[in-house]
Design a binder for this molecule. Sequence first.
Ligand code: FAD
Ligand code: UQ1
Length: 416
Amino acid sequence: DKSYKFVVCGAGPGGLAVASSLGRRFGEKSIAIIEPADYHYYQPMWTLVGCGIKTLEDSRRKMADFMPPQADWLQTSVTGFRPNENIVETADGSTVKYDYLIVAVGLQIDYGKIKGLPEALEDPNSMVSTNYSSLYAPKTFENVRRFKGGHALFTFPTIPIKCPGAPQKIMYLAEDYWRRNGMKENTKISFNTTLGVIFPVKKYADVLQGIVKERGITVNYQHKLLEVLGDKREAVFELLAEDKQGETITVPYDFLHATPPMAPLDFMVGQPISDQLGWVDVDPKTLQHKKYANIFSLGDCSSVPTSKTAAAVAAESRVLKRNLLEVVKGGSPRLEYDGYTSCPLITSMDKAILAEFDFNVMPLETFPIDQGPPRRWVYRLKKDFMPGLYWHMLLRGWWGGPGFARKLMHLGDHSK
Ligand code: FAD
Ligand code: UQ1
């Protein structure tokens, strides 16, 4: 069976950012990437797909076009890990040996946790969709377009989820679309979230509070979606507030954008490299595995307690690469990840808030101006600049996040 110096599991942004750099540095025959998919999706674009601003095709590229030229692409799935033997098992029945392992297999959308949701998503006439899948993001826009007023309901599940801003970004886009198309008058909009706050970072939550108030959006806290009754167009929520425990309510809707809960991939649960829940058990600062020094992980599949985003992947990739090289050279990890994550919170069809924060959910802003208010240039950054940064810089291993730019633009301010 095969053997490589580096084996990278998954060719999402995490896997490709690391593999591209390793490929340039270590050359032919040193790296294998195990990835089953034919296509790579730029998932952050699905928010815009859901409101007809981009198409699903805009978010998709052939995987082959982004595989580092020096790496061997093994087009199969990882099925298990034997870290004591430095072996990965794959779906084609073979094994791959490594000196160093990088795990970046992402997470799964757990549709099955919400009774009736899979059926409602599949039904083309149901007015139920989710931007969290390439299968249903285009349906979101179909539903936005054919909505004729009534109750538009948006949900936020139990955490962790990837890009925790996305469940409300589509709400602001849809609200703006309906306003521009004369559909706002007879429309009620609700955001039902399991959380007790609208966003985990207070600075941005305060701004968002003002926005929902101004636009007449109702936020229902501590509401957990349990079931979708697609035929009746009703959603059942469990109330999580202490004084209401065990109570459920049934809410009629005419439009539903559901964000399902998310979970580690099934095969990751119970692996020797996984924690209790199934996340790869790494040190959140060094990204090195807590038990196996030759294993690293980044991105959505890791146990790192920051908001799971491509922006976090960028910053993590920089730390991981540096620390991995130290270990390859016989040393130990030196660079520490600060939890940097970012989420351009789209607040209308022409403005967004550039939310950037760290492990302590404290703002960690790149630009030397107040990033609290929604701004037009941030929307343009999200819509027109980020895709290029992603395809040509991050996936090629050239983009390690804006940390250096932040320090440059805050010269003399040692708190940043
Ligand atoms: P993924 O991108 O999920 O890649 C995992 C890869 O592993 C895939 O190619 C998959 O095919 C492969 N894989 C799966 N199983 C196996 C296996 N068994 N063996 C081998 N390979 C496997 N981030 C932002 O920064 N900003 C945003 O505005 C933003 N908005 C978002 C909006 C939406 C609707 C969604 C869904 C996501 C958004 N994100 C955003 C989050 C971002 O897309 C993810 O955090 C990012 O893609 C994570 O990268 P990853 O490499 O860890 O995992
Ligand atoms: C980022 O680096 C990134 O990954 C490429 C994103 O994902 C699409 C982002 O949304 C953001 C905001 C960043 C951070 C970059 C800058 C320039 C602030």
